[in-house]
Write a protein that binds this ligand. Structure first.
Ligand code: GAL
Length: 479
């Protein structure tokens, strides 16, 4: 063995080829290569990052202000002046809670929740500083100077414009029919809404806008029925949460809504159809989908054109979700039960990248409660609950969804990950004076809570709804 080694050549490093030294040479060579590769990938990744950083920077600059929450929320001001000696002897009055004040129509703090007409947003009068600003909870006037009647609304985006649906809760509005030319030439966004006074169905109203701030009343697109007691839309019945989607295959606009009788025992969905988003809609029928009771509901159209009905069922204890038929006029036989036992309603669905999200409320009638955000890999579930998305304000307002209830989430396609969260601040004493709470919402950042029924944190980002007393969309939101 020794003899053989004697004849081995020495390397410039003073080692013999094939010995331990050549092994270390190979190892060092490999390390060098790896370092070079790493350096190369850092440089090329740096280039890519530069691009995406630019995008995120712009995006960040645009939305940063909207993510700065306002902490001052609703607070009951301390009583003014001293209590009289007689009053002081009496048992101290139990302080009322904000919720009690909210629900008390005679509360002296009513204006905190339902600011009066003097503070109404009037796009026809506003110029300068207040232009294009949303004031959640304030009265909002249309271009005729009347309060907008678009409760439980939805929004239907089509090419460069869209339409929303909701109910009118005041009076019969004369129906205006626009031609297709007027529609495509002049309108950017349309709002169709649920219309009724207390329990009286007036119909579904429609508003249009180019900037989401100035709304023109397009009239009633589906009217209530005045005399026929057997009709689903008979004025003493219930029509809530109408939503419209466009069917690319049939070229029709299809409206789904919650149909009920005065006592909410019919628990059905209704379907109507139109050639135009601003109607008139032909009412087709109502049914209990999949044979189950159905109350609060929404519809969601996925990127592949498949649309889904989501409704609170089994006495609001769970949600049901199932695809619609190709023409969107009915449900198919496929249905999954989701969020079973969680008692959620007022669902508003949206999609971010490849994940589905939903905001829901608890079931406390017209009284506000805590919103939850949910997420799912597949729209059919299983859905995970991620907790309360509300940020800012104070604890009571966060726990009451800023005294409102979810109805719709509007994506802003030019601002990836930024949405408008749309909610109703119900005024049960005067439903026609219910207000709109529109707030900026993002999907980003780490989750702050482990998932329910699971010890892990979710893989998907946090959904956040930011409280603002006053805010506006960033410039460039619509391209
Ligand atoms: C709520 C529901 C509203 C309306 C109300 C009637 O729970 O979200 O849409 O139905 O009950 O009390």
């Amino acid at each position: 063995m020794r003899m053989k080694n004697k004849y081995r050549k020495s390397t410039p490093f003073g080692c013999n080829a094939g010995s331990r030294c050549s092994l270390s040479f190979v190892v060092w060579g490999l390390v060098g290569c790896v370092l070079l590769l790493h350096l190369y990938s850092l440089i090329s990744h740096g280039d890519k990052l530069e691009g995406s950083r630019e995008f995120h920077l712009n995006h960040f600059q645009l939305t940063r202000e909207l993510e700065e929450t306002q902490d001052e929320g609703f607070q009951i001001p301390p009583p003014r002046g001293k209590r009289s000696p007689r009053a002081a002897k009496r048992r101290p009055k139990r302080p009322t809670t904000l919720i009690e004040e909210f629900l008390d129509e005679n509360s002296q703090f009513r204006h905190l929740f339902f600011p009066d007409q003097g503070t109404a947003i009037d796009p026809m009068m506003e110029a300068g500083n207040d232009s294009l600003h949303f004031y959640p909870g304030s009265m909002w006037l249309d271009t005729d100077g009347n309060p907008i009647q678009a409760h439980g609304e939805g929004f239907c985006m089509l090419r460069n414009w869209g339409c929303t649906t909701g109910t009118e809760k005041t009076r019969m509005v004369p129906h205006t029919m626009l031609t297709k030319k007027e529609l495509h030439g002049g309108l950017t966004h349309l709002s169709v809404t649920e219309l009724k006074i207390k329990v009286d169905i007036i119909g579904v109203s429609c508003y249009s806008s180019k900037d989401l701030w100035t709304w023109k009343n397009e009239g009633v697109v589906l009217a209530g029925e005045e005399t026929d007691l057997t009709h689903d839309l008979y004025k003493l019945n219930v029509l809530e949460r109408p939503k419209v989607i466009y069917n690319d295959k049939t070229g029709k606009y299809v409206m789904w809504m919650h149909i009920d009788d005065t006592n909410y025992t019919k628990a059905s969905v209704g379907v109507a159809v139109s050639d135009y988003p601003i109607g008139p809609f032909d009412y087709l029928y109502s049914k209990q989908p999949h044979g189950f009771d159905s109350r609060d509901m929404t519809i969601f159209k996925d990127d592949d054109g498949v649309a889904y009905l989501i409704y609170s069922s089994d006495d609001n204890s769970e949600l049901h979700i199932g695809p619609l038929t190709d023409d969107y006029l009915d449900v198919t036989r496929v249905m999954n039960r989701v969020l079973v036992g969680q008692h959620r309603e007022a669902p508003a669905l949206f999609k971010y990248e490849r994940t589905y999200y939903m905001i829901t409320s608890g079931c406390t009638g017209w009284s506000p409660n805590e919103a939850h955000a949910h997420a799912a890999e597949s729209v059919m579930g299983p859905w995970e609950t991620m907790g309360n998305p509300c940020i800012g304000g104070n604890k009571v307002s966060r726990d009451t969804t800023f005294f409102a209830q979810s109805t719709y989430v509007l994506p802003l396609p030019m601002l990836h990950g930024l949405y408008i969260f749309m909610a109703d601040r119900w005024n049960p004493a005067a439903l026609n004076d219910s207000r709109y709470v529109w707030l900026p919402m993002t999907v980003k950042g780490a989750a702050d809570k482990p998932l329910d029924y699971n010890f892990g944190f979710p893989l998907w980002p946090r959904v956040s709804i930011f409280w603002h007393k006053r805010w506006k969309l960033p410039n460039g939101w619509n391209g």
